[in-house]
Write a protein that binds this ligand. Structure first.
Ligand SMILES: [Zn+2]
Length: 433
């Protein structure tokens, strides 16, 4: 029974004595995985032709567009992209999320219409995933009673497979009217509440206003970047830290420990660091998942910016600790350089800090860049003097620009508006290529 086996395996304290032991173990896992999977995948077989498996760490990388372009020959069970897309789109339209081909779950990642990823998960992988996620996420043993409320854009057989024994799983569709979802949530009384942070924030505000009364043991943010501003409100509403699960089409990448630190799930996959700025410890992860055979993810360059934690986490875990997930690499803003004609990339986190430290009364924001030299700032605050607030933000942005030697952008001020919806909230985003 892969589910319970995986649960028990991951629930036990790890047996590696050191980081070196862990890395050696991973190397064995990947090599044995490659030996089994490469003969089954025509794409990878050709891609790595004449390369030696021992040198997998420097194999050419893939990314989303390579994976989608070669979907038909990359997967190991001969599922065609056309057929899988058709079925997955149908599921989203009918909101009946149980599509399968050859007993394989088909799912769609979010994204713009031309840029959506497809995932394939076999029955065994689905059970393994459920075992892994429960081991890493449940606040107590699987043998107790749990009610898991899960808000997402789309449901999947994958998520439903966590319902076992005394675990009740309830999917809340983000397309359902918010008021109805709140009412049902209040009735359901989840022990674990899992949702994108924009939805968690909305639920937290309803809780603070007294219109619902929940006592979740664990609150978990998924699918969007958790902004410190939202984290504060959610924590205050439920009196507990906000945990995170970093999971995407490409894998179940990281989860928070009891201290709220994100750790890479290095017992499930390998993350290699592609540094964007080594001094700032910022990198994009290259993922090799040594347990996925149906749709192998090997040296996959994921377009997310992560920051490695500078000091070890007090929990003592050997797993790589992440200070924060910053968002997608596409959301780096670009400002004009002072001494160069080349536009300079600016990390979303710099902008975030310039904003939220400007004034304590800021309650929500969004920064959007449509073209070089300009940004739009959408702001919500309880400060009665909006002009003064804008001046404070301007001072912080100017100071930031000076320190990184770029020209201050021209700022257009807008009122903030973003109700939770099926569209992912990206508080900082760039809208041009
Ligand atoms: Zn930790």
């Amino acid at each position: 029974m892969p589910f319970i086996f995986q649960y028990i395996k991951l629930s036990k304290p790890t047996s590696w004595a050191s980081r070196t032991d862990l890395v050696t173990w991973q190397d064995h896992q990947v090599q044995s995985f490659l030996q089994k999977v490469l003969p089954q995948s025509p794409f990878y077989r050709k891609y790595y032709e004449h390369l030696s498996i021992e040198e997998w760490q420097s194999f050419p990388t893939i990314n989303k567009s390579i994976m989608m372009d070669h979907f038909d020959t990359l997967n190991t069970i001969g599922i065609k992209k056309k057929e899988a897309f058709k079925l997955a789109l149908q599921a989203e339209q009918t909101r009946n999320f149980t599509p399968m081909i050859k007993r394989t779950t088909i799912g769609l990642s979010s994204g713009t219409s031309g840029n959506r990823g497809l995932f394939l998960v076999s029955e065994k992988e689905r059970m393994m995933w459920a075992g892994s996620i429960l081991a890493k996420v449940l606040p107590r043993s699987i043998f107790g009673k749990h009610r898991i409320a899960f808000f997402l854009r789309a449901n999947s057989n994958l998520y439903n497979s966590v319902a076992h024994g005394r675990i009740t799983f309830r999917f809340f569709d983000l397309l359902t009217p918010l008021i109805q979802n709140l009412k049902e949530l209040n009735h359901f009384q989840p022990t674990s509440l899992i949702a994108p942070p924009s939805m968690l924030r909305f639920i937290a505000e309803a809780q603070l206003a007294g219109s619902i009364q929940l006592q979740p043991e664990k609150v978990i943010s998924v699918a969007e970047v958790l902004d410190p501003l939202d984290e504060r409100v959610i924590r205050r509403a439920f009196g507990t830290i906000v945990h995170q699960v970093y999971q995407c089409t490409e894998g179940f990448i990281a989860t928070t420990c009891a201290h709220g630190t994100l750790h890479i799930n290095e017992d499930l996959l390998v993350v290699q660091k592609n540094f964007l700025d080594k001094r700032l410890r910022k990198f994009t992860p290259i993922i090799t998942d040594f347990s996925r055979y149906t749709q192998p993810i090997i040296r996959y360059d994921l377009n997310d910016i992560l920051t490695e934690r500078a000091d070890p986490c007090p929990c003592g875990s050997l797993h790589l600790a992440i200070e924060q997930i910053e968002g997608r690499q596409d959301d780096l803003l670009y400002f004009k350089g002072l001494d160069t004609d080349t536009p300079i990339p600016v990390f979303p986190d710099f902008i975030r800090r310039a904003l939220i430290t400007a004034d304590e009364q800021i309650t929500a924001y969004q920064v959007i860049q449509h073209r070089l030299g300009h940004i739009e700032i959408h702001i919500q605050s309880s400060n009665p003097d909006p002009v003064k607030l804008q001046q404070k933000i301007q001072i912080n942005i100017d100071a930031l620009c000076q320190s990184i030697k770029v020209e201050s952008p021209i700022i257009a001020w807008e009122a903030y508006q973003h109700p939770p919806s099926i569209h992912k909230l990206r508080r900082i985003k760039r809208m041009y290529a």
